[in-house]
Design a protein around this ligand. Structure first.
Ligand SMILES: O=C(O)CCC(=O)C(=O)O
Length: 137
């Protein structure tokens, strides 16, 4: 539910549930879709996604809008990293040994996509929050 209004979030669109089924390799559906919006000067520091209860489920990420420079490393903060450019429509699966890899967004490349009227980048991450059979608190 929304933390301020208490309203339930809208359902995850079927197209994203289909994508999850195609790429996740996980038998149960995602329970959350986090939406990040990046302005042209936005970044996201290196971090691990650890808020979920079941690390056997991947995090599936969809890039929309302007390109970004995505960096992914190891499971320790000081491990070697590699950077690559993500374009609108690219899908990244952080799963298996890579589930807890440190990752982040170093930069946005403004005006590289016409998808969003006012520019910027949207990233969607599909996440399994609970272990199957458990409910979230
Ligand atoms: O924007 C991205 O590609 C990465 C997003 C991310 O790392 C996150 O939401 O935890």
């Amino acid at each position: 539910t929304h933390p301020l209004t208490g309203e339930p979030w809208p359902p995850i669109p079927d197209s994203l549930l289909d994508l999850w089924r195609q790429v996740s390799g996980y038998p149960n559906p995602p329970e959350a879709c986090l939406i990040n919006f990046y302005t042209p000067d936005a970044k996201m520091g290196l971090h691990q996604d650890r808020d979920e209860a079941d690390f056997s489920a991947p995090v599936v990420s969809v890039s929309l809008g302007d390109d970004c420079l995505f960096r992914v490393g190891q499971t320790t903060r000081d491990g070697a990293t590699k950077s690559f450019r993500l374009k609108s429509g690219d899908v990244v699966v952080l799963g298996g040994e890579g589930r807890l890899a440190f990752h982040g967004v170093d930069r946005i490349y403004p005006s590289t996509s016409a998808l969003l009227k006012n520019g910027g980048r949207i990233n969607l991450t599909l996440r399994r929050v609970t272990k199957p059979g458990e409910t979230s608190t």
